[in-house]
Ligand binder design. Structure first.
Ligand SMILES: *Cc1c(COP(=O)(O)O)cnc(C)c1O
Length: 431
Protein backbone atom coordinates (compact mmCIF):
# COMPACT_ATOMS: atom_id res chain seq x y z
CA UNK A 1 0.00 0.00 0.00
CA UNK A 2 1.24 3.46 -0.80
CA UNK A 3 0.80 6.39 1.57
CA UNK A 4 -2.20 8.18 0.13
CA UNK A 5 -5.08 10.54 0.97
CA UNK A 6 -2.75 13.53 1.26
CA UNK A 7 -1.70 13.04 -2.35
CA UNK A 8 -3.60 14.36 -5.37
CA UNK A 9 -6.12 12.35 -7.33
CA UNK A 10 -3.93 11.79 -10.41
CA UNK A 11 -1.11 10.52 -8.17
CA UNK A 12 -3.45 8.18 -6.31
CA UNK A 13 -5.03 6.95 -9.56
CA UNK A 14 -1.56 5.71 -10.54
CA UNK A 15 -0.14 4.58 -7.20
CA UNK A 16 -2.87 3.69 -4.70
CA UNK A 17 -3.10 -0.01 -3.92
CA UNK A 18 0.00 -1.00 -5.85
CA UNK A 19 3.76 -1.12 -5.36
CA UNK A 20 6.64 -2.94 -7.09
CA UNK A 21 6.39 -6.72 -6.74
CA UNK A 22 8.58 -7.59 -3.73
CA UNK A 23 9.90 -10.86 -5.19
CA UNK A 24 10.56 -9.95 -8.83
CA UNK A 25 10.70 -6.15 -8.82
CA UNK A 26 8.00 -6.06 -11.50
CA UNK A 27 6.80 -2.44 -11.58
CA UNK A 28 3.38 -3.25 -13.01
CA UNK A 29 1.03 -5.27 -10.80
CA UNK A 30 1.30 -8.86 -12.06
CA UNK A 31 -1.76 -10.78 -13.24
CA UNK A 32 -1.85 -13.39 -10.48
CA UNK A 33 -3.59 -16.00 -12.59
CA UNK A 34 -3.62 -18.51 -9.74
CA UNK A 35 -6.70 -20.12 -8.25
CA UNK A 36 -5.13 -20.99 -4.88
CA UNK A 37 -2.31 -19.88 -2.60
CA UNK A 38 0.00 -22.14 -0.58
CA UNK A 39 -0.41 -22.22 3.21
CA UNK A 40 2.77 -21.96 5.27
CA UNK A 41 1.44 -24.65 7.59
CA UNK A 42 -1.81 -25.85 9.12
CA UNK A 43 -1.88 -23.07 11.71
CA UNK A 44 -1.57 -20.45 8.95
CA UNK A 45 -4.41 -22.13 7.05
CA UNK A 46 -6.57 -22.24 10.18
CA UNK A 47 -5.95 -18.54 10.86
CA UNK A 48 -6.91 -17.62 7.32
CA UNK A 49 -10.09 -19.69 7.40
CA UNK A 50 -11.06 -18.29 10.82
CA UNK A 51 -10.51 -14.74 9.48
CA UNK A 52 -7.91 -14.25 12.24
CA UNK A 53 -5.29 -13.29 9.66
CA UNK A 54 -5.62 -11.52 6.31
CA UNK A 55 -4.25 -13.38 3.30
CA UNK A 56 -5.05 -15.32 0.20
CA UNK A 57 -6.78 -18.70 0.18
CA UNK A 58 -8.70 -19.20 -3.02
CA UNK A 59 -9.44 -16.68 -5.78
CA UNK A 60 -13.22 -16.88 -5.44
CA UNK A 61 -12.68 -14.78 -2.28
CA UNK A 62 -9.62 -12.64 -2.97
CA UNK A 63 -6.62 -12.61 -5.24
CA UNK A 64 -3.55 -10.33 -5.10
CA UNK A 65 -4.31 -8.54 -8.41
CA UNK A 66 -7.96 -8.06 -7.52
CA UNK A 67 -6.93 -6.93 -4.03
CA UNK A 68 -4.77 -4.15 -5.50
CA UNK A 69 -7.77 -2.85 -7.43
CA UNK A 70 -9.93 -3.07 -4.29
CA UNK A 71 -7.40 -0.98 -2.36
CA UNK A 72 -7.14 1.55 -5.19
CA UNK A 73 -10.92 1.97 -5.43
CA UNK A 74 -11.34 2.28 -1.65
CA UNK A 75 -8.70 5.00 -1.73
CA UNK A 76 -10.16 6.92 -4.69
CA UNK A 77 -13.68 6.89 -3.24
CA UNK A 78 -12.52 7.65 0.31
CA UNK A 79 -13.84 4.37 1.73
CA UNK A 80 -12.34 1.94 4.25
CA UNK A 81 -12.65 -1.12 2.03
CA UNK A 82 -13.84 -2.38 -1.33
CA UNK A 83 -14.91 -5.63 -2.93
CA UNK A 84 -14.54 -6.26 -6.65
CA UNK A 85 -17.09 -8.30 -8.55
CA UNK A 86 -17.53 -9.92 -11.95
CA UNK A 87 -19.67 -7.05 -13.29
CA UNK A 88 -21.52 -3.93 -12.27
CA UNK A 89 -24.68 -5.98 -11.91
CA UNK A 90 -22.85 -8.39 -9.63
CA UNK A 91 -21.75 -5.39 -7.54
CA UNK A 92 -25.38 -4.33 -7.11
CA UNK A 93 -26.39 -7.86 -6.12
CA UNK A 94 -23.51 -8.09 -3.63
CA UNK A 95 -24.14 -4.62 -2.22
CA UNK A 96 -27.75 -5.54 -1.45
CA UNK A 97 -27.00 -9.10 -0.35
CA UNK A 98 -24.97 -7.53 2.46
CA UNK A 99 -28.14 -5.71 3.61
CA UNK A 100 -31.22 -7.69 2.62
CA UNK A 101 -33.00 -10.92 3.35
CA UNK A 102 -36.23 -12.28 1.90
CA UNK A 103 -39.15 -10.02 2.84
CA UNK A 104 -37.01 -6.87 3.04
CA UNK A 105 -37.48 -3.82 0.84
CA UNK A 106 -35.31 -1.14 -0.68
CA UNK A 107 -36.12 2.20 -2.24
CA UNK A 108 -34.53 2.95 -5.61
CA UNK A 109 -34.44 5.89 -7.96
CA UNK A 110 -36.57 5.43 -11.07
CA UNK A 111 -33.82 7.14 -13.10
CA UNK A 112 -31.44 4.21 -13.47
CA UNK A 113 -29.65 2.25 -16.15
CA UNK A 114 -32.35 0.11 -17.77
CA UNK A 115 -30.59 -3.12 -16.83
CA UNK A 116 -30.70 -2.09 -13.17
CA UNK A 117 -34.43 -1.40 -13.31
CA UNK A 118 -34.96 -4.88 -14.74
CA UNK A 119 -32.58 -6.49 -12.23
CA UNK A 120 -34.28 -4.79 -9.27
CA UNK A 121 -37.85 -5.09 -10.51
CA UNK A 122 -37.72 -8.68 -11.76
CA UNK A 123 -34.72 -10.84 -10.82
CA UNK A 124 -34.41 -9.55 -7.25
CA UNK A 125 -38.08 -10.16 -6.50
CA UNK A 126 -37.27 -13.85 -6.83
CA UNK A 127 -34.89 -13.46 -3.86
CA UNK A 128 -37.84 -11.99 -1.96
CA UNK A 129 -36.36 -8.48 -2.18
CA UNK A 130 -38.98 -5.85 -2.95
CA UNK A 131 -37.98 -2.63 -4.67
CA UNK A 132 -40.00 0.59 -4.46
CA UNK A 133 -39.07 2.95 -7.30
CA UNK A 134 -39.41 6.69 -6.65
CA UNK A 135 -38.53 9.89 -8.46
CA UNK A 136 -35.31 10.94 -6.66
CA UNK A 137 -35.67 14.62 -7.65
CA UNK A 138 -37.53 15.13 -4.37
CA UNK A 139 -35.89 13.30 -1.42
CA UNK A 140 -39.29 13.41 0.34
CA UNK A 141 -40.37 10.73 -2.14
CA UNK A 142 -37.78 8.49 -0.47
CA UNK A 143 -39.08 9.40 2.99
CA UNK A 144 -42.62 8.48 1.93
CA UNK A 145 -41.48 5.14 0.47
CA UNK A 146 -39.53 3.98 3.54
CA UNK A 147 -41.14 1.70 6.10
CA UNK A 148 -40.00 -0.72 8.83
CA UNK A 149 -38.97 -3.30 6.22
CA UNK A 150 -36.75 -0.88 4.24
CA UNK A 151 -33.05 -1.74 4.36
CA UNK A 152 -31.42 0.53 1.76
CA UNK A 153 -31.84 3.46 -0.60
CA UNK A 154 -30.24 3.25 -4.05
CA UNK A 155 -29.59 5.94 -6.67
CA UNK A 156 -27.19 6.79 -9.46
CA UNK A 157 -25.23 10.04 -8.93
CA UNK A 158 -25.23 11.02 -12.60
CA UNK A 159 -27.94 8.85 -14.10
CA UNK A 160 -27.72 6.63 -17.17
CA UNK A 161 -29.00 7.47 -19.78
CA UNK A 162 -30.35 10.97 -19.09
CA UNK A 163 -27.19 12.42 -17.54
CA UNK A 164 -29.34 13.91 -14.76
CA UNK A 165 -27.86 14.52 -11.29
CA UNK A 166 -29.34 13.39 -7.98
CA UNK A 167 -29.16 15.30 -4.70
CA UNK A 168 -26.75 12.92 -2.95
CA UNK A 169 -26.85 14.71 0.42
CA UNK A 170 -30.64 15.05 0.30
CA UNK A 171 -31.05 11.32 -0.37
CA UNK A 172 -28.49 10.47 2.33
CA UNK A 173 -30.45 12.53 4.87
CA UNK A 174 -33.70 10.79 3.89
CA UNK A 175 -32.06 7.35 4.17
CA UNK A 176 -30.39 8.10 7.51
CA UNK A 177 -33.61 9.44 9.03
CA UNK A 178 -35.01 5.99 8.32
CA UNK A 179 -31.98 4.15 9.74
CA UNK A 180 -30.78 2.73 6.43
CA UNK A 181 -27.68 3.32 4.28
CA UNK A 182 -27.58 5.17 0.97
CA UNK A 183 -25.99 3.28 -1.93
CA UNK A 184 -24.80 5.45 -4.82
CA UNK A 185 -24.00 4.01 -8.24
CA UNK A 186 -21.14 6.33 -9.22
CA UNK A 187 -20.42 4.69 -12.59
CA UNK A 188 -21.09 7.74 -14.77
CA UNK A 189 -19.42 10.30 -12.52
CA UNK A 190 -16.42 8.23 -11.38
CA UNK A 191 -14.47 9.38 -8.30
CA UNK A 192 -12.87 12.03 -10.50
CA UNK A 193 -16.12 14.00 -10.83
CA UNK A 194 -18.05 13.06 -7.70
CA UNK A 195 -17.22 11.68 -4.26
CA UNK A 196 -20.57 10.40 -2.93
CA UNK A 197 -19.07 9.45 0.45
CA UNK A 198 -18.15 13.09 1.11
CA UNK A 199 -21.82 13.92 0.58
CA UNK A 200 -23.24 11.31 2.94
CA UNK A 201 -23.38 8.10 0.88
CA UNK A 202 -22.56 4.97 2.87
CA UNK A 203 -21.82 2.55 0.04
CA UNK A 204 -20.69 3.25 -3.53
CA UNK A 205 -21.01 0.81 -6.41
CA UNK A 206 -19.51 0.97 -9.88
CA UNK A 207 -19.66 -0.84 -13.12
CA UNK A 208 -15.85 -0.73 -13.63
CA UNK A 209 -16.67 -1.88 -17.17
CA UNK A 210 -17.23 1.76 -18.12
CA UNK A 211 -14.93 4.75 -17.41
CA UNK A 212 -12.71 3.02 -14.85
CA UNK A 213 -11.41 0.35 -17.21
CA UNK A 214 -12.09 2.98 -19.86
CA UNK A 215 -11.22 1.09 -23.02
CA UNK A 216 -14.21 -1.21 -23.50
CA UNK A 217 -12.11 -4.30 -22.78
CA UNK A 218 -13.03 -5.60 -19.30
CA UNK A 219 -16.29 -6.31 -17.48
CA UNK A 220 -16.22 -5.69 -13.74
CA UNK A 221 -17.79 -4.08 -10.71
CA UNK A 222 -16.90 -2.87 -7.23
CA UNK A 223 -18.64 -2.08 -3.94
CA UNK A 224 -16.90 0.50 -1.73
CA UNK A 225 -17.80 0.90 1.95
CA UNK A 226 -17.42 4.29 3.65
CA UNK A 227 -17.12 2.47 6.98
CA UNK A 228 -19.41 5.13 8.46
CA UNK A 229 -22.75 3.36 8.76
CA UNK A 230 -23.47 2.03 12.25
CA UNK A 231 -24.85 -1.46 11.60
CA UNK A 232 -25.82 -1.96 15.25
CA UNK A 233 -28.17 1.02 15.71
CA UNK A 234 -31.14 -1.27 15.13
CA UNK A 235 -31.77 -4.95 14.54
CA UNK A 236 -31.92 -4.64 10.79
CA UNK A 237 -28.55 -6.12 9.93
CA UNK A 238 -28.39 -9.13 12.24
CA UNK A 239 -26.11 -11.03 9.84
CA UNK A 240 -23.46 -8.35 10.52
CA UNK A 241 -24.07 -7.79 14.22
CA UNK A 242 -25.12 -11.19 15.60
CA UNK A 243 -23.02 -14.37 16.10
CA UNK A 244 -22.51 -16.09 12.73
CA UNK A 245 -23.02 -19.86 12.93
CA UNK A 246 -20.85 -20.45 9.83
CA UNK A 247 -17.94 -18.68 11.60
CA UNK A 248 -18.02 -20.26 15.09
CA UNK A 249 -20.41 -17.67 16.48
CA UNK A 250 -18.29 -14.67 15.49
CA UNK A 251 -19.95 -11.26 15.00
CA UNK A 252 -18.57 -9.34 12.01
CA UNK A 253 -19.19 -5.97 13.66
CA UNK A 254 -17.51 -6.98 16.94
CA UNK A 255 -14.52 -8.49 15.19
CA UNK A 256 -13.95 -6.10 12.27
CA UNK A 257 -15.55 -2.80 13.32
CA UNK A 258 -15.74 -0.40 10.38
CA UNK A 259 -14.60 -3.18 8.01
CA UNK A 260 -17.50 -5.48 8.99
CA UNK A 261 -19.47 -5.02 5.78
CA UNK A 262 -16.43 -5.38 3.51
CA UNK A 263 -15.19 -8.53 5.22
CA UNK A 264 -18.71 -9.98 5.20
CA UNK A 265 -18.97 -9.25 1.49
CA UNK A 266 -15.77 -11.22 0.81
CA UNK A 267 -16.01 -13.97 3.42
CA UNK A 268 -19.72 -14.69 2.97
CA UNK A 269 -21.17 -12.99 -0.13
CA UNK A 270 -18.35 -13.77 -2.58
CA UNK A 271 -17.66 -17.13 -0.93
CA UNK A 272 -21.27 -18.28 -1.18
CA UNK A 273 -22.55 -16.51 -4.32
CA UNK A 274 -19.28 -16.50 -6.27
CA UNK A 275 -19.48 -13.48 -8.66
CA UNK A 276 -15.73 -12.82 -8.47
CA UNK A 277 -13.70 -10.50 -10.70
CA UNK A 278 -11.00 -12.24 -12.73
CA UNK A 279 -7.35 -11.22 -12.17
CA UNK A 280 -7.03 -10.33 -15.87
CA UNK A 281 -9.93 -7.89 -15.66
CA UNK A 282 -8.55 -6.41 -12.43
CA UNK A 283 -5.23 -5.86 -14.22
CA UNK A 284 -6.89 -4.14 -17.20
CA UNK A 285 -8.93 -1.97 -14.85
CA UNK A 286 -5.91 -0.98 -12.75
CA UNK A 287 -4.18 0.08 -15.96
CA UNK A 288 -7.25 1.99 -17.14
CA UNK A 289 -7.58 3.93 -13.89
CA UNK A 290 -4.06 5.35 -14.28
CA UNK A 291 -5.36 7.69 -16.99
CA UNK A 292 -8.86 8.19 -15.56
CA UNK A 293 -8.41 11.83 -14.43
CA UNK A 294 -6.87 12.75 -17.79
CA UNK A 295 -9.56 10.97 -19.75
CA UNK A 296 -12.40 12.46 -17.71
CA UNK A 297 -11.12 15.97 -18.44
CA UNK A 298 -11.25 15.31 -22.18
CA UNK A 299 -14.61 13.48 -21.89
CA UNK A 300 -16.03 16.54 -20.07
CA UNK A 301 -14.62 19.13 -22.50
CA UNK A 302 -15.81 17.22 -25.56
CA UNK A 303 -19.24 16.54 -24.07
CA UNK A 304 -19.93 20.15 -23.17
CA UNK A 305 -18.94 21.26 -26.68
CA UNK A 306 -21.11 18.58 -28.31
CA UNK A 307 -24.08 19.32 -26.04
CA UNK A 308 -23.89 23.06 -26.78
CA UNK A 309 -23.63 22.35 -30.50
CA UNK A 310 -26.59 19.94 -30.40
CA UNK A 311 -28.73 22.51 -28.60
CA UNK A 312 -28.43 24.76 -31.70
CA UNK A 313 -29.06 22.01 -34.27
CA UNK A 314 -32.36 22.29 -36.19
CA UNK A 315 -32.89 18.49 -36.14
CA UNK A 316 -32.62 18.40 -32.34
CA UNK A 317 -35.67 18.80 -30.10
CA UNK A 318 -33.93 18.95 -26.73
CA UNK A 319 -30.64 18.07 -25.02
CA UNK A 320 -30.43 16.61 -21.50
CA UNK A 321 -26.95 17.33 -20.18
CA UNK A 322 -26.44 18.55 -16.62
CA UNK A 323 -23.43 20.61 -17.75
CA UNK A 324 -25.69 22.94 -19.80
CA UNK A 325 -27.01 26.04 -18.05
CA UNK A 326 -30.41 25.21 -19.59
CA UNK A 327 -30.56 21.91 -17.66
CA UNK A 328 -32.82 21.72 -14.58
CA UNK A 329 -29.98 19.66 -13.05
CA UNK A 330 -27.30 22.29 -13.68
CA UNK A 331 -27.23 23.54 -10.05
CA UNK A 332 -27.04 20.00 -8.63
CA UNK A 333 -24.25 19.13 -11.05
CA UNK A 334 -22.32 22.26 -10.07
CA UNK A 335 -22.64 21.22 -6.45
CA UNK A 336 -21.76 17.52 -6.76
CA UNK A 337 -19.74 17.38 -10.01
CA UNK A 338 -18.03 20.78 -10.18
CA UNK A 339 -15.35 19.56 -12.61
CA UNK A 340 -17.89 18.55 -15.25
CA UNK A 341 -21.06 16.58 -15.84
CA UNK A 342 -19.46 13.56 -17.50
CA UNK A 343 -19.94 12.31 -21.01
CA UNK A 344 -23.13 10.23 -21.04
CA UNK A 345 -26.27 12.14 -21.94
CA UNK A 346 -29.31 12.10 -24.17
CA UNK A 347 -30.96 14.27 -26.78
CA UNK A 348 -34.25 14.08 -28.61
CA UNK A 349 -34.30 14.04 -32.39
CA UNK A 350 -37.22 15.45 -34.37
CA UNK A 351 -39.24 12.66 -35.97
CA UNK A 352 -39.43 10.22 -33.04
CA UNK A 353 -38.60 6.52 -33.19
CA UNK A 354 -37.95 6.42 -36.98
CA UNK A 355 -35.49 9.31 -36.85
CA UNK A 356 -33.77 7.86 -33.79
CA UNK A 357 -33.17 4.62 -35.65
CA UNK A 358 -31.87 6.51 -38.73
CA UNK A 359 -29.35 8.49 -36.68
CA UNK A 360 -27.79 5.44 -35.04
CA UNK A 361 -27.68 3.66 -38.39
CA UNK A 362 -26.00 6.63 -40.13
CA UNK A 363 -23.04 7.31 -37.83
CA UNK A 364 -19.55 6.39 -39.04
CA UNK A 365 -17.10 7.46 -36.32
CA UNK A 366 -19.49 6.64 -33.48
CA UNK A 367 -19.98 2.97 -32.67
CA UNK A 368 -23.58 1.82 -32.41
CA UNK A 369 -23.46 -0.46 -29.39
CA UNK A 370 -24.67 -0.99 -25.84
CA UNK A 371 -21.81 0.35 -23.75
CA UNK A 372 -20.62 3.65 -22.30
CA UNK A 373 -17.40 5.11 -20.94
CA UNK A 374 -15.08 4.00 -23.71
CA UNK A 375 -12.31 6.18 -25.24
CA UNK A 376 -14.40 5.86 -28.43
CA UNK A 377 -17.63 7.79 -28.99
CA UNK A 378 -20.63 5.50 -28.64
CA UNK A 379 -24.28 5.90 -29.57
CA UNK A 380 -27.43 3.96 -28.88
CA UNK A 381 -31.18 4.37 -29.25
CA UNK A 382 -32.37 3.19 -25.78
CA UNK A 383 -36.00 2.60 -26.78
CA UNK A 384 -34.95 -0.08 -29.28
CA UNK A 385 -32.07 -1.57 -27.24
CA UNK A 386 -30.96 -1.02 -23.60
CA UNK A 387 -34.39 0.06 -22.35
CA UNK A 388 -36.61 -2.03 -24.63
CA UNK A 389 -37.57 -4.41 -21.75
CA UNK A 390 -39.23 -1.53 -19.89
CA UNK A 391 -42.86 -0.47 -20.06
CA UNK A 392 -43.63 2.82 -21.84
CA UNK A 393 -44.14 4.43 -18.44
CA UNK A 394 -40.78 3.16 -17.14
CA UNK A 395 -39.10 4.29 -20.39
CA UNK A 396 -40.43 7.79 -19.92
CA UNK A 397 -39.37 7.86 -16.23
CA UNK A 398 -35.88 6.66 -17.20
CA UNK A 399 -35.64 9.30 -19.99
CA UNK A 400 -35.66 6.64 -22.69
CA UNK A 401 -38.64 7.66 -24.84
CA UNK A 402 -38.92 6.90 -28.60
CA UNK A 403 -37.08 10.04 -29.81
CA UNK A 404 -34.23 9.69 -27.34
CA UNK A 405 -30.64 9.04 -28.39
CA UNK A 406 -27.94 8.31 -25.82
CA UNK A 407 -24.39 9.42 -26.44
CA UNK A 408 -21.21 8.46 -24.66
CA UNK A 409 -18.77 11.06 -25.93
CA UNK A 410 -15.26 9.72 -26.37
CA UNK A 411 -11.89 11.44 -26.26
CA UNK A 412 -11.36 11.80 -30.02
CA UNK A 413 -10.95 15.28 -31.56
CA UNK A 414 -14.19 17.07 -30.88
CA UNK A 415 -14.49 18.43 -34.44
CA UNK A 416 -14.58 14.87 -35.78
CA UNK A 417 -17.26 13.88 -33.27
CA UNK A 418 -19.41 16.86 -34.23
CA UNK A 419 -18.94 16.29 -37.99
CA UNK A 420 -20.11 12.68 -37.64
CA UNK A 421 -23.19 13.64 -35.62
CA UNK A 422 -23.98 16.40 -38.11
CA UNK A 423 -24.02 14.08 -41.11
CA UNK A 424 -26.06 11.46 -39.19
CA UNK A 425 -28.64 14.04 -38.04
CA UNK A 426 -28.95 15.41 -41.55
CA UNK A 427 -29.43 11.86 -42.87
CA UNK A 428 -32.28 11.37 -40.39
CA UNK A 429 -34.55 13.76 -42.30
CA UNK A 430 -35.06 10.92 -44.76
CA UNK A 431 -34.74 13.28 -47.75
C1 LIG B 1 -23.48 -0.59 -17.17
C2 LIG B 1 -24.04 -0.13 -15.90
C3 LIG B 1 -24.34 -1.04 -14.89
C4 LIG B 1 -24.16 -2.54 -15.05
O1 LIG B 1 -22.80 -2.84 -15.15
P1 LIG B 1 -22.25 -4.15 -15.91
O2 LIG B 1 -20.78 -4.05 -15.71
O3 LIG B 1 -22.67 -4.04 -17.34
O4 LIG B 1 -22.86 -5.33 -15.23
C5 LIG B 1 -24.83 -0.55 -13.69
N1 LIG B 1 -25.03 0.76 -13.51
C6 LIG B 1 -24.75 1.67 -14.47
C7 LIG B 1 -24.99 3.11 -14.22
C8 LIG B 1 -24.25 1.24 -15.69
O5 LIG B 1 -24.00 2.16 -16.65
Amino acid sequence: MSETKTQGLQTRAIHAGTSPDPTTGARITPIHQSVAFVFRDVEHAANLFNLDEAGFIYSRLTNPTVNSLQDRMADLEGGVGAVCTASGHAAQMLALFGLMKAGDEFVASNKLYGGSITQFGHAFTRFGWKVVFVDPDDPDNVRRACNERTRAVFSESLANPGGTMCDVQGLADAAHENGVPLIIDNTLATPVLCNPIEHGADLVVHSTTKFLSGHGNAIGGVVIDSGKFDWSTNNHYAHLTDPNPAYHGMSFVDKFGELAYTIYSIAVSLRDLGPTMSPMNAYLTLTGIETLPLRMRQHNDNSLAVAQWLEQHPRVEWVSYAGLTSSPYYELAQRYCPKGAGSVFTFGVHGGYESGVKVVESVKLFSHLANIGDTRSLIVHPASTTHRQLSDEQKAAASAGPEVIRLSIGIEDVDDIIADLDQALNASTGE
